[in-house]
Design a protein around this ligand. Structure first.
Ligand code: BTN
Length: 279
């Protein structure tokens, strides 16, 4: 089904660009939905098999991390949710989120290399801000939100949702321009959304298959080396309150270890990095 009539992306275009066998075995594309995560979640509840990819040109209630909303102008970003049924235990959930960030980072690196080879601009250096924001030059280019449902202590399904600022012009960012950016701004040209999505889903499938085979080590190492946070002074809004100090390292469960002024190490399992000095 393709419910979109005006934008440049169609299910057929995505299908023919994909190199995957699992992710995108079914693709749904909508002009407007409340949230692609919700559509994929409903499919999961109906018992649909994994691999479904839900895309939208616009979301009226896009969901972000920590209960925030995710806003993106119509038709220029990638708003995507993937339905997965992991076989590994739910305690490894954080690997799914970091796999999505790593897949996006790998796709950015690929794009940057291809551009450089064609003499079309400089390198787009991409890093990850703990835990999973994909960043270019200190600005956010993409966010990931995984939402899980369980049955009898095991996973029923996971919806992995990501929003990527692809062809978002600087003017559209408004006051977010100091904290967010897009691929087209960084590459100084319009980006092929379908090609980029296909690249992300290809990378994501390889990472997901690694995880399904129990190989979490290489994913952790890649995440660790992609992280820009360790070594920096940070202020984290965490479940236990505000934690300030120097980020020293990350743990295998994804926690950030912060050394406070008093020299105490605090583990932050989930939270949000605030700009330093923010109230
Ligand atoms: C974040 O807060 O950084 C995560 C944002 C995740 C947004 C994406 S857009 C596609 C998918 N559908 C949603 O409702 N949210 C995710």
């Amino acid at each position: 089904m393709d419910n979109n009539s005006e934008a440049s992306l169609t299910v057929e275009m995505v299908r023919s660009a994909l190199t995957t066998t699992l992710l995108g075995n079914r693709i749904r594309h909508y002009a407007q939905v409340a949230s692609t995560n919700e559509i994929a979640r409903d499919a999961g509840r109906r018992g649909e098999r994994e691999g479904l990819v839900v895309l939208a040109e616009e979301q009226t209630a896009g969901r972000g991390r920590l209960g925030r909303v995710w806003v993106a102008p119509t038709g220029c970003c990638i708003l995507c949710s993937v339905l997965l049924r992991p076989r590994f235990p739910p305690r490894q959930a954080f690997y799914l989120t970091i796999a999505a960030s790593l897949a996006i980072r790998r796709a950015v690196t690929r794009l940057s290399t291809a551009s450089a080879q064609r003499g079309e601009g400089g390198e787009i250096e991409c890093s990850i801000k703990w835990p999973n924001d994909v960043m270019v030059r200190g600005r956010k280019i993409s966010g990931v939100l995984c939402e899980s449902e369980f049955r009898g202590g095991a996973w029923d399904f996971v919806v992995m949702g990501f929003g990527i600022n692809v062809n978002l012009p600087l003017e559209a960012l408004g006051e977010l321009a100091s904290t967010a950016t897009s691929l087209s701004i960084e590459a100084e040209r319009e980006i092929d959304r379908v090609g980029f999505l296909s690249s992300v889903l290809g990378e994501l499938e390889s990472l997901y298959l690694l995880m399904q085979g129990g190989a979490f080590g290489p994913i952790f190492s890649e995440w660790q080396s992609a992280l820009e946070t360790p070594g920096k002074r940070v202020s984290v809004l965490a479940a236990q309150g505000r934690v300030e100090g120097r980020a020293v390292r990350v743990d295998y469960d994804g926690a950030l270890i912060v050394e406070t002024e008093a020299g105490r190490e605090v583990r932050v399992v989930a939270g949000d990095l605030l700009p330093l000095g923010a109230e």
